[in-house]
Design a protein. Structure first.
Length: 294
């Protein structure tokens, strides 16, 4: 076969493969329900009132115990900002603000339209009908697209493990299915955390702001950020003082990633045959001449 016919055949085969690969992905993208849709009223959420948090870190210990994670350290340096990790799914940080010290709990935000789940080619990262976004080990192929797509930098990979997993908060999905509260919520001694349908929490948050307008900044973080999240926050100061991302906008991140995600199957299916065809077309024989010259 000469080079012209080889490249033509290669192109047809690659195009067919890419078309087939795009089918399931396009259905996944189109199936994402817009934030604020009817199902939002039934999705579970958690309201975090940072004006009530005392920094006791009981949520950290409860999370570790409920999920079989290593126990958090007894003492931490609140002068150093801590991040979630593969062995600690939630952390509490303290911020010195114009309103005084403010403690903030951090964990997966469980987006209404999660970029991590949309980026996952095998649906290992999955948004459950109830709202929690969970990782399913048997389906994971280790691509880690979920990590680079998350605007909150939450999914963590066990680089030091022989059998690595993606680790992050699951919003205690198993406990929710049993009618229990998430472990962190159930063990908060001051009522800084409240679990309920997300729509009810938004009403509660608005009521608190209306009732005590001087206590709270008039913004509910997570109501619209990145298309909306299941975790909602109230605070006494602007959220940028608490290291929250305030540049996310209100568009769900899968919308930003749509063009990239559509391109992924083309990269995976088109490039390898192209390189193979290019190699075959330019392969030289023992005499140094191209084997496929006409």
């Amino acid at each position: 076969m000469d080079r012209r016919d080889l490249l033509k055949t290669m192109g047809v085969a690659a195009a067919s493969a890419a078309s087939a690969a795009l089918g399931p992905l396009s259905r996944d993208l189109e199936a994402q329900e817009p934030a604020g849709g009817p199902a939002d009223r039934d999705r579970v959420g958690v309201l975090v009132d940072t004006t009530r948090c005392i920094g006791c870190r009981m949520c950290e210990y409860a999370c570790a115990k409920a999920n079989g994670l290593p126990e958090p350290p007894d003492t931490v340096d609140f002068n150093q900002r801590r991040e979630t990790s593969e062995s600690q799914w939630t952390v509490v940080n303290r911020y010195e603000t114009q309103a005084g010290p403010v403690y903030v709990k951090t964990q997966c935000m469980h987006c209404l339209q999660p970029a991590c789940a949309t980026a996952c080619l095998t649906r290992a990262m999955y948004r459950t009908p109830e709202g929690p976004v969970v990782w399913r080990e048997p389906k994971c192929m280790g691509c880690r697209f979920c990590m680079i797509s998350c605007p909150f930098d939450i999914p963590k990979f066990e680089y030091d493990s022989a059998v690595p997993k993606i680790q992050k908060c699951r919003l205690c999905w198993e406990r929710l299915q049993e009618g229990k509260q998430p472990a962190c919520v159930a063990n908060c001694p001051v009522g800084a955390l409240e679990v309920a349908p997300r729509a009810a929490l938004l009403e509660e948050a608005r009521s608190r702001i209306y009732t005590e307008p001087d206590r709270y900044v008039h913004h509910i973080y997570g109501e619209d950020e990145a298309g909306g999240t299941s975790w909602l926050y109230l605070a006494p100061v602007a959220f940028d003082e608490l290291a929250f991302r305030t540049d996310l906008g209100t568009t769900p991140y899968p919308e930003y990633a749509r063009e990239f995600l559509y391109a992924v199957p083309f990269v995976l299916t088109l490039v390898p045959p192209f390189l193979l065809g290019l190699s075959s077309a330019t392969k030289r024989g023992p005499d140094g001449d191209l084997e496929n010259e006409e």
